[in-house]
Design a protein around this ligand. Structure first.
Ligand code: ADP
Ligand code: 5GP
Length: 188
């Protein structure tokens, strides 16, 4: 018995982390894969909870040893999914959720074609920009870069199995939870 792999992508600021945290409260036995990043931590972020914060040299070494399932440069920083926990959880029968960008999702699809790929979109780009600004976590030039990249990321929606528009948070949480429950019932 192997667990299911859920992959959540969508533009920065769309609400992926918020959604994922809410769904995890309601979907027991769902494991979140904590990524490594070379991005500096935000004020409220915790090492080993939100990310493993590493320097560029450590990231390169891990990459060289094949320790990432996938990795990508996103908004000027490097991000990667550690291989070992994901492989072990899946083998043990746990469902795993990844929160990664569209480049990473493409790599994962090659190795895990049976993964469930979910794209989270904002109700509008204006709402996305407002969320990025109200999060108060990124400098102005980085917000503009994230908005530019959002246009490009939205073009990958067709590569995904599901689309969840995060307008009213509770509705989006319900939709994501429903997708997870339905996939758990699917006859494979
Ligand atoms: P991501 O993980 O996609 O970068 P976050 O989860 O950090 O995005 O959310 C970005 C900001 O938007 C946060 O301040 C969060 O509280 C807010 N947010 C998330 N979902 C909604 C929503 N449905 N409506 C309004 N604000 C939201
Ligand atoms: P943030 O800096 O806002 O936390 O994340 C920026 C972007 O990096 C988001 O789109 C997020 O999904 C993506 N990301 C986070 N972790 C990973 C990862 O391990 N791999 C890849 N490819 N992208 C990631």
């Amino acid at each position: 018995m192997s667990g299911l792999l859920f992959v959540l992508s969508g533009p920065s600021g769309v609400g992926k982390s918020t959604l994922r945290k809410e769904v995890m409260k309601r979907c027991p036995a769902l494991k979140y894969s904590i990524s490594c990043t070379t991005r500096p931590p935000r004020q409220e972020e915790e090492e080993g909870v939100d990310y493993y914060f590493v320097d560029m040299q450590t990231f390169e070494e891990m990459k060289g040893r094949g320790e990432f399932i996938e990795w990508a440069k996103v908004h000027g920083n490097y991000y990667g999914t550690p291989r070992r926990p994901v492989e072990e959880w899946l083998k043990e029968g746990f469902d795993v959720i990844l929160e990664i960008d569209v480049q990473g999702a493409r790599q994962v699809k090659n190795d895990y074609p049976s993964g469930v790929f979910i794209f989270v979109a904002p109700p509008s780009l204006k709402a996305l920009e407002q969320r990025l600004r109200e999060r108060h976590s990124d400098p102005e030039n980085n917000i503009l870069l994230r908005m530019t990249n959002a246009h490009l990321e939205m073009q990958s929606i067709r590569d995904y199995n599901y689309l969840v528009v995060n307008d009213v948070l509770e509705d989006a949480v319900d939709k994501l939870r429903s997708i997870i429950l339905a996939e758990r019932c699917r006859i494979r």
